[in-house]
Design a protein around this ligand. Structure first.
Ligand code: S3P
Length: 431
């Protein structure tokens, strides 16, 4: 991917549908009674993996122009082949909760997904009585065998604040005997709780404890996926860093369990404001207006907020490199189990731009405020968020950039190159 050098960012723009929400609406609709019509579904490869999975499990998927219709099935079908979750951890972990105890199936994925921890989702499902087995290394392929008995509700204390594992346990809980509760060490994204409630499940949230009771889900009468705030964040950071920029990212999800990175940027001095707020099926959606800001200053990142900025940590480190002072991320060892070891890959990316940065066992320390030295080309190592963060670093340095192995960007943001260039202002800022 060849990115040109921007002068500044301008104008209204849209981002793809939220990836987390897109997975959920596809996977939940597949087990709900009736047909859910979905607008603005994320078209990236990850969500495609969820659509393919529900299709082979017997749900009906129809594409009708910009709309996708998913019709649920009462009894999931045993797939003849392993289900390929490709690069998508959310497909694999969330689907595990829907499959546990009721089908003969195998979940598999690409080399990156096969290296990621899956025992964390198999363990609570086994505690509910399901037969779920990972490889000896605790990874995919995951093998599911139906249970004779109904699953039993449990109270499960998550060792890490994973929204994917929380969702899997709650989904299995919909078919279990009695109540199922998940206790999280800190708040993680709550899209599942909101959507399951909208689909008719009794979901009770009490602080860090979420409880579900057995329920049959019902299709939603039309669901519009909000724009992905994690995708918007790259434009917001670039517009913040490039003088003279002014953008508005339209109809974007600003759920507080996802938008904490915007709060961190605001604390750094970014000019970000919210317009046209509405709530759709429980999810807050708004236009996000941004104008450039300088100087930025680095702030402390509260470790309790890490789960709510987890996907934006590479980006926050990049913005921190352009700001005065230093920025330290701690308590984020989870980053080592993402699409890449994101502590390593973020550090390598920042160093490629001449940034002074230290690796910590559970985080990253960035020394900001020195001029960036942009390379001609970088490698993503197969991680979309590293490629997207590289685009922001190059923009902040007003440099062109070649992104090698850029295909992975399409897992979350198909058509990124066109969208990025479309946001470049056609003429320089008037004085
Ligand atoms: C996601 C949860 C997070 C996040 C991932 C998407 C989700 O992962 O990093 O990109 O949609 O639930 P964990 O559940 O592993 O924290």
């Amino acid at each position: 991917m060849r990115l040109r050098a921007p002068t500044r960012f301008a104008g209204p723009l849209g981002v793809p549908g939220d990836k987390s929400i897109s997975h959920r609406v596809v996977l939940f609709s597949a087990i709900a009674a009736g047909t859910t019509t979905i607008a603005n579904l994320n078209r990236g490869a990850d969500v495609q993996a969820s659509l393919n999975a529900v299709r082979v499990l017997g749900a009906r998927v129809d594409q009708d122009g910009v709309l996708v219709r998913v019709t649920g099935v009462a009894r999931l079908r045993d797939p003849a082949q392993p289900i390929d979750c490709a690069n998508s951890g959310t497909t694999m972990r969330v689907l595990a909760g829907a499959l546990a105890g009721r089908v003969n199936a195998v979940l598999d994925g690409d080399a990156s997904l096969r290296a990621r921890p899956m025992e964390r989702v198999a363990e609570p499902l086994r505690a509910m009585g399901a037969d779920v087995r990972c490889s000896e290394r605790g990874t995919a392929p995951i093998v599911f065998t139906p249970s004779q008995k109904q699953l039993r509700g449990i109270t499960y204390e998550l060792p890490i604040a994973s929204a994917q594992v929380k969702t899997a346990v709650l989904l299995a809980g919909l078919r279990a005997k009695g109540a199922t509760a998940v206790i999280s060490p800190s708040h993680s994204r709550d899209h599942s709780e909101l959507m399951l409630s909208a689909m008719g499940a009794a979901v009770d949230v009490d602080g860090l404890r979420t409880t579900v009771r057995p329920a049959q889900l019902h299709a939603l009468d039309g669901y519009a996926v909000p724009g992905d705030v994690s995708a918007a964040a790259y434009f917001i950071a670039a517009a913040t860093a490039l003088p003279g920029s002014r953008i508005s990212v339209l109809a974007t999800g600003i759920n507080p369990t996802r938008s904490a990175a915007l709060d961190v940027m605001r604390d750094m001095g970014a000019h970000i404001s919210i317009r046209n707020l509405s709530v759709q099926h429980g999810e807050p959606v708004a236009d996000i207006e941004v104008s450039s800001a300088s100087p930025l200053r680095n702030v402390e990142l509260d470790p309790a907020r890490v789960a709510n900025v987890i996907d934006e940590i590479p980006l926050l480190c990049a913005l921190a490199a352009t700001a005065n002072g230093s920025f330290t991320v701690r308590d984020a060892a989870e980053l080592r189990t993402k699409e890449s070891d994101r502590i390593r890959s973020t550090i390598e990316l920042l160093r490629a731009f001449g940034v002074s940065v230290n690796e910590l066992p559970d985080g990253i320390a960035v020394r900001g405020g020195r001029p960036l030295r942009p390379p001609l080309a970088i490698s993503t190592g197969g991680d979309h968020r590293i490629g997207l963060t590289a685009a922001v670093l190059a923009a902040a340095a007003r440099a062109p950039l070649v992104i090698e192995d850029a295909d992975c960007i399409a897992t979350s943001f198909p058509d990124f190159e066109r969208a990025w260039h479309a946001a470049f202002a056609k003429e320089p800022a008037s004085a």
